[in-house]
Every structure is written in structure tokens, then in C-alpha cells.
Design a binder for this molecule. Structure first.
Ligand code: HEM
Length: 385
């Protein structure tokens, strides 16, 4: 720990909530109802407070006007250190993360998720989805049923992995990844991975299935995965270390995307009028670009065309507002005072600092009736704010 146990709260530091369990702190309250518990703490302690969570002291900033303070002080509040520590534990990415050149090259490769490369990714994904769905639809004579989360996991996973003939490998990899992800809250804490049941064994299995040797068996790879493979081969000798990097990237790419797809489908299924609006919007676009739907026709949509689908955009934005629990977390590299109009707060070296937007997203002063999904209203009003 960083001395909080000995010193308690020092003058100028945010209120500290340690819970009644040593070390675990408030882990169980947060696990049970993250949003409810954060709102409860906000009512009791205000917009900034520190909690003890599985050995980590995390200061939460809930006032959106203070978000920029956290994002811009890179030197004192480091994403890199946080992500390296997490990568070491969660993905077993070891010494290589201390290699600045490797980290830099991998960062530069993120450009392959933007611009022209993103166009290629989108086009490939569209064609893969067609390849996945068309044969199924053509041979289906009756309705098939599946659990919706299972369906979303399969679609995202298979279209991301582009390996049509390796169904068994994909399905095993998929099941293992989600079993692993279920334990992720514990992985972020300081609790040693060896104490988390079968998590270490699952981690080893996942890394092993994504080594260069095993990845070489997949049919095609996107530009970014290929580039990452080249960079990793250039710096790393051990294939398991390469597998660990691919594992981290795979986890990052699917674990936020699947819930977003799930909730978007959930709301669409509950609002046929929204499906209608979305269908009209897509039909209009296809018509204006001279394209036809149905078997035998290939649909091509550029990024600009996708960006012009306001109905789709408002559905996705509302889903992210209501259901994304993504936080931004930084590592406090040195004792640091966060100065804002509402006061100065001393942060302690070695602690973590986090933004938790779901509290803002549920604030009735900012979003009227915040618990209601209003994408349909946004679409009808033509108001995209
Ligand atoms: C709905 C979808 C997604 C959401 C909500 C989401 C959210 C986030 C958030 C909140 C962060 C941390 C940023 C920070 O603290 O500054 C992050 C990081 C990251 N995400 Fe995503 N993400 C999504 C989709 C994806 C996809 C599709 C990919 C890859 C193809 C991806 C790859 C990454 C990577 C590699 C990082 C770490 C960046 C770094 O090391 O600097 N994410 N994401």
C-alpha cells in the first residue's frame, strides 16, 4: 500500500472510503452494483473521493468539468504505467512492455485503425458478415433461435477473426476468452492471479492459442494484426510473449464491442418503429448509391456513408450512454495536486485516479429522465446533440 493505512487521510486529500474488509475494501459493494454504489458515494462524499479496492487506492473524479485535468497531466498521471501494470497481470505481457521502442512502434501501429486502413477494415468486415450470413439465410427454411448474447459474441468474434475454416479453434478461443473476461474485475485488483481459481490456467491456454505458430494457421489477417506480428517478431524471441500481446489486443477489441452490439439489438427488438426508421435510412442510402439488397448483390458502404446514418449513430450513442461502464484510469506517478475551481486535491504517488462517466450519463440535471433510451426521440427530432 502507499501508506494510507498508517497515515490515514492527510490534509488536502479527498475523503477515503476503506470499507470494512481489510485489503478488499469496497470490492464487493462495487461488484454487486457499480453504478448504484458510485452514486451512493457521490451523495455522501461529493464528486471526488478515494476508495480502497483490492489493495489499490483509486481516486474517482465524477465532476465532468474536472475530466480534462486528468486527461491532460500526462506526466504525473500516466496511462502507460497503468496499462503496463494491467498488461503484465491480465495478459502476462512481461519484460517487453519495459522496452520503450517496442511500445512506441506498437502505438504507431494504432494508425492502422484509422483513415484509409479503417476503410479497408470496414469493407472486409462487411464482406465477411455477408459471407457468414448469406449461406445460412439461403439454406434456412425455419426460424432458428439462439440466446442473444451468444449470437452477438459469435458474430463479433468470427468476423474479427476471419478464419472460416477453423470453427473449432474459434469456438474454444471464444468460450475461454469470455470465461476469462468474467473474472476481469478481480484481475484489475492487486489480488495475485494465482489466487483466482482457474484464471491463470485459462490465461496460459489463451496465450498459447495466439502464438505466431497458431496464428499462422488462420486464413487471413487484418493489416493491423499483420503489422503487430512483424513488430513483435522484430523485438521478441519468445513466441509465448508474442501470443500474450495478441491476447491483450484481442481482449481490447471484443470486450467493449459485444455489449454495445447486444444492447443496440435489445433496444431495436423492443422498438419495431426504430427498426423501421433504421431500415428506411439504410434503404435510402442504398438507393442513392445505386445498390440493391438480397442474395447475389454485394453491398459496399464507405466510412462517409456510414457516418451519414444519423439514426444508427443515435442508437449507438444512446447505448454507450446507458450501458458502457468503460472508465479511464491513470497511475499517479508522483505526489500531485489537482487544482480546480472547486478546490485543490492532493493525490498520492502510487495511487490510481479514474473517471467514471456512467454517473454523469445518469445525471437528471444533464439528461432528462436519464434511465430512458431516447434514441428514437433523437431521431425524430433530428437533434443529434
Ligand atoms: C464500443 C467499443 C469500444 C469502447 C467503448 C472502447 C473503450 C475504450 C476505453 C475507455 C479505453 C481506455 C482509454 C483511456 O483510458 O484513455 C480503450 C483503450 C483501448 N482500446 Fe478500446 N473501446 C472500444 C472498441 C475497441 C476496438 C474495436 C479496438 C480494437 C480494434 C479497441 C482497442 C483498444 C486499445 C488497443 C486500447 C489501449 C490504447 C493504448 O494502449 O493507448 N477498442 N478503449
Amino acid at each position: 500500500t502507499q501508506g494510507h493505512w498508517i497515515t490515514g487521510v492527510r490534509p488536502g486529500e479527498p475523503p477515503l472510503i476503506k470499507g470494512w474488509l481489510p485489503y478488499f475494501g469496497v470490492a464487493f459493494n462495487l461488484q454487486k452494483d457499480p453504478l448504484g454504489y458510485m452514486k451512493f458515494l457521490q451523495t455522501k462524499h461529493g464528486d471526488i473521493f478515494t476508495i480502497l479496492l483490492g489493495g489499490n487506492y483509486i481516486t474517482f473524479i465524477l465532476d465532468p468539468f474536472q475530466y480534462p485535468l486528468v486527461m491532460k497531466n500526462h506526466k504525473q498521471l500516466s496511462f502507460d504505467i497503468f496499462s503496463r501494470k494491467l498488461s503484465e497481470k491480465a495478459f502476462s505481457i512481461k519484460t517487453s512492455m519495459r522496452n520503450e521502442d517496442l511500445a512506441h512502434d506498437l502505438h504507431v501501429a494504432y494508425q492502422l485503425l484509422q483513415g484509409r486502413s479503417l476503410d479497408i477494415l470496414l469493407e472486409n468486415m462487411l464482406q465477411d458478415l455477408k459471407q457468414m450470413f448469406e449461406p445460412e439465410l439461403l439454406k434456412t427454411t425455419n426460424w432458428n433461435t439462439a440466446q442473444m448474447l451468444t449470437f452477438c459474441r459469435s458474430i463479433i468474434f468470427e468476423s474479427f477473426l476471419l478464419a472460416g475454416d477453423k470453427e473449432k479453434i474459434i469456438s474454444e478461443l471464444k468460450d475461454d476468452l469470455f470465461k476469462y473476461d468474467d473474472k476481469f474485475t478481480y484481475l484489475i485488483s492487486d489480488i495475485p492471479i494465482e489466487l483466482l481459481g482457474n484464471v491463470k490456467a485459462l490465461q496460459k491456454k489463451l496465450i498459447n492459442s495466439l502464438t505466431s505458430e497458431n496464428l499462422a494457421k488462420t486464413q487471413e489477417k487484418s493489416e493491423i494484426v499483420q503489422r503487430r506480428q512483424e513488430i513483435l517478431e522484430q523485438y521478441l524471441v519468445q513466441d509465448l510473449e508474442i501470443g500474450a500481446h495478441h491476447f491483450g489486443f484481442l481482449w481490447a477489441s471484443v470486450t467493449n464491442t459485444i455489449p454495445a452490439m447486444f444492447w443496440a439489438m435489445y433496444y431495436l427488438l423492443r422498438h419495431p418503429e426504430a427498426v423501421e426508421a433504421l431500415r428506411d435510412e439504410i434503404d435510402c442510402l442504398l438507393q442513392s448509391t445505386g445498390q440493391k439488397k438480397g442474395s447475389g448483390f454485394s453491398i459496399h458502404l464507405t466510412r462517409e456513408q456510414l457516418d451519414s446514418l444519423v439514426c444508427l449513430e443515435s442508437i449507438i450513442l444512446e447505448v454507450l450512454r446507458l450501458h458502457s461502464y468503460s472508465s479511464s484510469i491513470r497511475f499517479v506517478q508522483e505526489d500531485f495536486t489537482l487544482s480546480s475551481e472547486n478546490g485543490n486535491y492532493c493525490l498520492r504517488k502510487g495511487d490510481l485516479i479514474a473517471l467514471f462517466p456512467p454517473v454523469l450519463h445518469g445525471d437528471p440535471e444533464i439528461f432528462e429522465a436519464p434511465e430512458v433510451n431516447k434514441f428514437y426521440k433523437i431521431v425524430n427530432d433530428g437533434n443529434r446533440s
